[in-house]
Design a protein around this ligand. Structure first.
Ligand code: M6R
Length: 610
């Protein structure tokens, strides 16, 4: 999604902005631009395509200044061309970069056109510089003009605004989209993601909903949406929060797949004590949020949603608690009924996914027992707006395809299931088994990673196909769904997942000698049923690829085109482990097809718009 990097300092900042934009490339974008300001003028450069195109343009037509704002745009309103790229200007004096969507842009545009403004782009964002200009023309100060302009915006925004007559000043504001002000040695920066901060050890201020900041090289003042001065507490940025390198791996995604044992270890650390879940599970609030809970509603998007679906199986079978899992963008518009004593649980890697946040805000105004968030990003909107929160300790995830975020979400969910089981008197023996299995999880993931070479062979043959089916049963069904999501997301090979028992109710019609069918085959009480489903595929000459527990019967494997056996682990943690070969399969298929695995087309890392 779009990214913002702004800086105002005692020294030249253009390179700092370009380097910052580069670190945001992983979020997904299709054009980039910069507005640099010195005492005489505001200079704009913008280009469609990659940041390298912007850099080439800067070589031909350099810009310089001690104050600049830069942007990577992920197109929503209008094509990814130069006109629609940010910064947008009014009168070549006011420059604006914007993340989010202005929902009332059509009426604002009409109002501005009636006032004589001409629009150079198709974007909703261009309304902002013209509105600021309108208020400046009415005699307002730069800050007041920005504040009044912003008060008209409906929807979500993070903005950084500069004005030629006030060199060195950036007005920054946010609502519904993250924005951070950071204080370094040479001056201040305004960024939408801490990863864009080049200088480590900075003091960062996370703007709150509706905040406006007036930033200059040596000072920053914060105001609430009514213009009242407020104080915001800064925190010092740790090294790990802003460092993202590929190390010796070919891509961030591959590195992140291999970081999973360590990420899971960090997520478990100090949270399981003598087989019991400690209060350290909660990074915000406490287990009191679970007091009296009788129902759970889980809401999330994409991979996080798939984690929620696995958790439903766990919660109902282990803790005996009814659980409903829902797509955030559906949930928020359907007036859900909230049974008494229901906990709202949202899951999000970024903590900034617009649909999930909207669902959380709806839930916070509904008669839930409380809102609990599972999230990988400390201080994200989801973390701050949930009453209680559990942080997954995956570290920065750069690859657009979620890998270690998912395994750590499942780990956090497993701990939560244990905690709820403890509160609801699940037999000790069941809880102890799960706790032991969780402690063994990092080494089980290490083992699963050893399938890579064999998976490559399967990936080579999958990469020759246009479509793939994934099958699973029980709590491996959502894992099959995740496997299909991963494959289509980064290799662009069409993939669908079905609960294996559903095959004969429709999708079996697709199966012939050219259809690859990937089957998740754990050794559990559903194996016999699953074996029958596999026979249904074989009978239609489908190409069966089995991802299987070591000890499944040879009868099940007979006739499969390829069987990859590994130690799937205890039944409870098995869905976590089965993700690993599926991630490797998607990764290597995409590699064979020559795709950009870290930045798949059309997708963004953090989906901050509806
Ligand atoms: O940051 P979130 O977990 O809220 O993101 C939700 C989805 O956008 C995300 O999981 C998406 O599906 C991934 N790209 C899948 O790999």
């Amino acid at each position: 999604m779009c990214g913002i990097v702004g800086a105002t300092a005692q020294n030249e900042v253009v390179n700092l902005i370009v380097d910052g934009l580069r670190t945001l490339e992983y979020r997904g974008y299709d054009s980039a631009g910069i507005a640099a300001q010195n005492a005489e003028e505001v200079m704009i450069r913008k280009e469609p395509g990659k940041i390298s195109a912007l850099q080439n343009s800067l070589v031909k037509n350099p810009v310089s200044g001690n104050c600049a704002i830069g942007h990577t745009r992920w197109a929503t309103h209008g094509k990814p061309n130069r006109e629609n790229a940010h910064p947008h200007v009014s009168g070549n004096a006011i420059a604006v970069v914007h993340n989010g969507i202005i929902e009332n842009s059509a009426e604002l545009k009409q109002l501005l056109v009636n006032c004589g403004y001409r629009f150079a782009s198709e974007t909703d964002s261009e309304t902002i510089p013209h509105l600021v200009d309108l208020y400046l023309s009415a005699g307002n100060s730069f800050f007041e003009a920005c504040r009044k302009a912003i008060s008209h915006l409906e929807g979500s925004y993070a903005v950084a605004i500069t004005f030629a007559n006030e060199p060195g000043k950036i007005i920054a504001a946010r609502k519904g989209s993250p924005l951070i002000v950071a204080q370094g040695e040479q001056g201040f920066m305004v960024v939408s993601d801490v990863i864009a901060l080049q200088e480590k050890n900075q003091i960062v201020y996370y703007l709150e909903e509706g905040d406006i900041a007036e930033v200059s090289a040596d000072n920053c003042e914060f105001y609430d949406s009514k213009g009242k001065r407020v104080s915001r507490t800064g925190t010092r940025l740790g090294q790990s929060e802003c460092v993202a390198t590929k190390k010796d791996f070919d891509s961030f995604m591959q590195k992140e797949i291999f970081e999973q044992p360590e990420a899971v270890r960090a997520t478990l650390a100090r949270r399981l004590v003598n087989g019991k879940v400690s209060e350290r599970l909660f990074d915000k609030g406490s287990s009191a949020i679970l007091d009296g809970v009788e129902n759970i509603h889980i809401v999330a998007c994409g991979t996080s949603l798939n984690a929620g679906h696995v958790a439903k199986y766990w919660l109902e079978s282990v803790a005996g608690i009814p659980c409903q899992v829902e797509i955030a963008s559906e949930y928020r518009y359907r007036n859900p009924v909230v049974p008494p004593k229901t906990l709202f649980l949202s899951i999000s890697q970024s903590g900034e996914t617009a649909d999930t946040l909207a669902a959380l805000r709806f839930a916070n105004d509904s008669p839930y027992l409380g809102s609990l968030g599972i999230c990988n990003t400390n201080n994200s909107s989801l973390f701050r707006e949930s009453e209680a929160a559990i942080l997954t300790k995956a570290g920065v995830e750069v690859g657009v395809a979620s890998t270690k975020a998912l395994t750590t979400q499942l780990t956090a969910l497993a701990l939560l299931v244990l905690k709820i089981g403890e509160l609801r008197n699940t037999p000790d023996a069941v809880l102890h088994n799960i706790a032991d299995a969780l402690l063994n999880l990092p080494s089980a993931l290490d083992e699963a990673l050893k399938t890579e070479e064999k998976i490559k062979e399967v990936a080579r043959s999958i990469s020759r196909h246009k479509s793939v089916l994934f099958l699973g049963r029980g709590h491996h069904y959502p894992v099959a769904v995740e496997g299909a999501l991963k494959l289509k997301e980064i290799s662009y090979v069409h993939a669908e997942a079905y609960a294996a028992g559903e095959l004969k109710h429709g999708p079996l019609a697709l199966v012939d000698g050219s259809m690859p069918v990937v089957v998740l085959c754990p050794e559990n009480n559903l194996l016999e049923k699953l074996s029958s489903n596999i026979e249904e595929v074989k009978a239609r000459h489908g190409q069966v690829y089995l991802l299987a527990d070591h000890d499944i019967s040879s009868q099940t494997c007979r006739g499969a085109k390829n069987t990859i056996e590994f130690e799937g682990g205890d039944s409870f943690i098995s869905p976590i482990i089965f993700n690993v070969p599926l991630q490797l399969l998607a990764y290597h298929t995409a590699e064979f097809l020559g795709k950009n695995v870290d930045q798949p087309r059309n997708l963004a890392k953090s989906v901050t718009v509806e």
